[in-house]
Design a protein around this ligand. Structure first.
Ligand code: UFG
Length: 349
């Protein structure tokens, strides 16, 4: 293949389309992209994001971000964006992500998460955009048999929710598309549990309604928005009886996307890789509570309750491939994440 990079003017803007760029992980990735010299184009219709993010981004970036407020399920809109900006890559976040809601409203999840992905991929082919980063999840491993430290070679298991299936099927759709169009350059980032907020406390997670995830529930309980945190089960086969996850700071996770884009832009041939993004360390629910109380000095009202159906007992990442391929590893700790999440919660109050 003939290299043409040298033909590009030096000042050429490096546009990256970020679907769902006003959401939790998307907005932090926008910050990382700008820090690394890219110009993100945020596509978001704010159905699952809060406008407070826009002012936060403006302050952090010291400029107005480019935000196009549309539904990515609208193919004409995607066409016009791709035509206007000729982006170097697409990072695809836009998707619903609440496990419980997906059980109650499966079609909403299949419609948005699957048709949004198909739409974006179709338009990428049409407009010759070859670089794609997909927001996947460790949910594709299900409950790991045996070793709880999962690598990308660990066999995938069937997920236990429609949400999980949309990630699992998303990866399959991508694999099939790559098999047919092997000039594409794609990374599926399999996130473990994203937590924390930007250190400025100007952007962070904004759960719509009652939070499902642990850390937002912890901070909302501490600030008084929720009465009591229930720990779902204390009779699991783990050292303290509570479930274990790999909690990854959202700013580290955001950086992984920029590294993924950089890596793809350097490739001369098509490629498809799955990469775990986690810290490599498991932390129990009880340890999260103890760390929160210790680091913030705020006592938490919590109690044990029954197990939550569908919960994985224990899982954490083997993140060696991210280091080997992308030169990425997590730098922030669970303490950093807890302090940043707490500052964000106080900022919202
Ligand atoms: N937990 C509680 N109380 C709560 C909320 C959570 O005890 O109020 C516990 C859960 O039982 C679990 C741990 O905290 O043991 C983490 O739960 P989260 O809901 O924060 O995260 P999950 O690991 O269940 O879910 C995450 C992502 C999903 C993804 C899934 C795949 O949020 O998007 O991992 O494993 F599908």
């Amino acid at each position: 293949m003939v290299k043409t990079d040298f033909l590009l003017p030096l000042n050429m803007t490096k546009y990256i389309v970020v679907t769902g760029g006003a959401g939790y992980i998307g907005s932090h990735t926008v910050v990382s992209l700008v820090e690394q010299g890219f110009t993100p184009i945020i596509l978001d219709d704010f159905r699952n994001a809060n406008r407070i993010v826009i002012s936060g981004l403006k302050t952090i970036l010291e400029k107005e971000p480019i935000i196009l407020e549309f539904d990515i399920c609208n193919p004409e809109f995607i066409s016009s964006v791709f035509q206007t900006y000729s982006p170097q890559a697409v990072i695809h976040f836009a998707a619903y992500k609440a496990v419980g809601e997906s059980v109650a409203e499966p079609l909403k999840y299949y419609q948005n998460n699957i048709s949004g992905l198909v739409n974006v991929l179709q338009k990428m082919l049409e407009y010759n955009i070859n670089n794609f980063v997909f927001s996947s999840s460790c949910t594709v491993y299900g409950e790991p048999d045996g070793n709880k430290e999962v690598s990308e070679e660990t066999e995938k298991n069937l997920p236990n929710s429609p949400y999980g299936y949309t990630k699992w099927m998303g990866e399959q759709i991508i694999q099939d598309t790559f098999n047919a169009y092997d000039h594409l350059k794609i990374i599926n980032l399999r996130y473990f549990n994203p937590v924390g907020a930007h250190k400025s406390a100007l952007i962070g997670e904004f759960p719509i309604g009652r939070p499902n995830n642990l850390l937002p529930f912890v901070t909302q309980t501490a600030i008084g928005k929720q009465e009591v945190l229930t720990v779902f089960g204390n009779d699991y086969p783990t050292p303290d009886g509570t479930c274990i996850r790999d909690y990854i700071h959202v700013c580290d996770l955001a950086n992984a996307h920029v590294k993924a884009v950089d890596f793809l832009l350097q490739q001369e041939k098509g490629i498809l890789e799955n990469i775990n993004i986690g810290t490599g360390k498991g932390t129990s629910v009880k340890e999260i509570i103890e760390t929160f109380e210790k680091e913030t000095g705020v006592p938490l009202n919590w109690q044990y309750g029954p197990r939550r159906s569908g919960d994985v007992i224990e899982i954490f990442a083997n993140a060696e491939k991210a280091w080997d391929l992308l030169g990425w590893k997590s730098e922030l700790t669970i303490k950093d994440a807890i302090i940043d999440a707490w500052n964000w919660e106080k900022h919202l109050a």
